[in-house]
Ligand binder design. Structure first.
Ligand code: KG4
Ligand code: ZN
Length: 359
């Protein structure tokens, strides 16, 4: 088991990648649907599925081309089967099953969240990477759909334990909603990141979201409401500097809350390695401030390369290795689910507790 093809279509990126057992990405291709969904300020599931269907074949072909590898040369296939938009997941799963049958190669379904947690092990040619962490580590996963802290004891789903999660919005979702409120377009993270860099986080007073030190749960909906109230009271920022300051104040609240809880989690677990994962891990302030705040505690922060933070198929290929290497094969029994298979410890909103873990 030396080379795995990964396929990812859970949300708004159609992606394929070829990855070695060591985590070297030998070829990858990502087709982003950002432009397609931008006019709506968020992902439209029906449009996403149709666009995956149009692009999945060229994207897989492009990954093989970039790797200079023929399909027969792979040893197995890993595909995101949960969590995600059902119509979107089905496109990737069916493509992967077709390839598995045609090439007579084993296939495994991967939980997208486990993919994000292992993205830190990926190495892209010509891109400097942090030395990989060793197990166990504590991970902060902050993306558009999920925000949670985990103890990661190994590469398998069973090795991952949730320590706390958001009760409402994910961190990336907060970035996206606030950007929409301020008329900054979609996705919000990168644009707020850029504007915040030129702003002063201390000129506008906003409350801190769920700062209680003893809780590892997050809540970002209150901060979002406060941003809405600020705009109602003051109107949309009339000048560029106020907009930058507002972005800086919002981002500082989110980033420092994420870091504070992640460091408490690491200390509680007696673990000296903190891994950042998910789209929000691409945030420059989160990357620099987490390292600064962790260093005095003797905690090392390890971040994935930028392009491994947001959705990609290399992390899915890498996450599939351990099961493929054990000879497991989901051929003929691969289903999809909108929910992660990771057991959840935090009750979100007033809804029911998430489904128990399933194989
Ligand atoms: O991991 P990802 O690509 O997709 C999900 O699995 O959700 O994460 C996308 C999220 C979006 O909410 C986006 O606004 C956010 O990650 N994001 C960022 C940055 N880049 C992407 N948030 C803050 N700063 C960034 N630089
Ligand atoms: Zn993701």
């Amino acid at each position: 088991m030396e080379l795995v093809l990964g396929i990812e279509t859970s949300c708004d990126e159609t992606a394929a990648a070829l990855v070695t057992r060591a985590g070297d990405v030998v070829g990858d291709a990502v087709h982003s649907q950002i432009k397609l969904h931008a006019p709506y300020g968020g992902v439209v599931p029906e449009l996403a599925s149709r666009d995956h269907l149009r692009n999945v074949r060229p994207v897989v072909q492009e990954a093989f081309k970039r790797a200079g590898v023929r399909p027969e040369q792979i040893d197995g296939i890993a595909v995101t089967c949960r969590p995600g938009l059902t119509g979107a997941l089905l496109v990737g799963v069916q493509t992967a099953q077709g390839l598995s049958l045609a090439l007579n190669k084993p296939i495994v379904g991967v939980d997208h969240l486990v993919g994000h947690l292992l993205a830190v092990f990926l190495r892209f040619p010509g891109v400097a990477s942090d030395a990989p962490p060793s197990y166990p580590f504590v991970a902060l996963l902050a993306s558009g759909g999920h925000t949670a802290l985990y103890r990661v004891n190994g590469p398998q789903l069973e090795d991952v334990k949730e320590l706390g999660a958001t009760r409402d919005d994910a961190a990336g979702e907060a970035f996206d909603k606030v950007a929409k409120l301020l008329g900054l377009g979609y996705p919000g993270g990168p644009v707020i990141d850029r504007l915040a860099k030129e702003g002063n986080p201390d000129t506008i007073d906003l409350p801190w979201p769920m700062r209680r030190r003893d809780s590892l749960e997050f809540s970002f909906s209150g901060l979002k409401s406060n941003m809405l109230r600020w705009v109602k009271d003051h109107g949309l920022p009339g000048d560029d500097q106020t907009l930058r300051d507002l972005c800086a104040a919002f981002q500082r609240r989110v980033v420092d809350t994420l870091i504070a809880k992640a460091l408490v989690a690491a200390e509680n677990e007696g673990i000296r390695t903190l891994v950042l994962a998910g789209g929000v891990a691409a945030n420059r302030e989160l990357r620099t401030r987490s390292a600064e705040q962790a260093a005095p505690l003797g905690i090392r922060v390890v971040v994935p390369p930028f392009k491994a933070c947001t959705d990609n198929a290399a992390m899915i290929a890498y996450a599939g290795f351990s099961r493929l290497a054990r000879g497991e094969n989901d051929s003929g029994k691969l289903g999809t689910s909108p929910h992660s298979a990771l057991p959840q410890s935090t009750r979100k909103g007033r809804g029911r507790r998430a489904e128990p873990a399933r194989p």
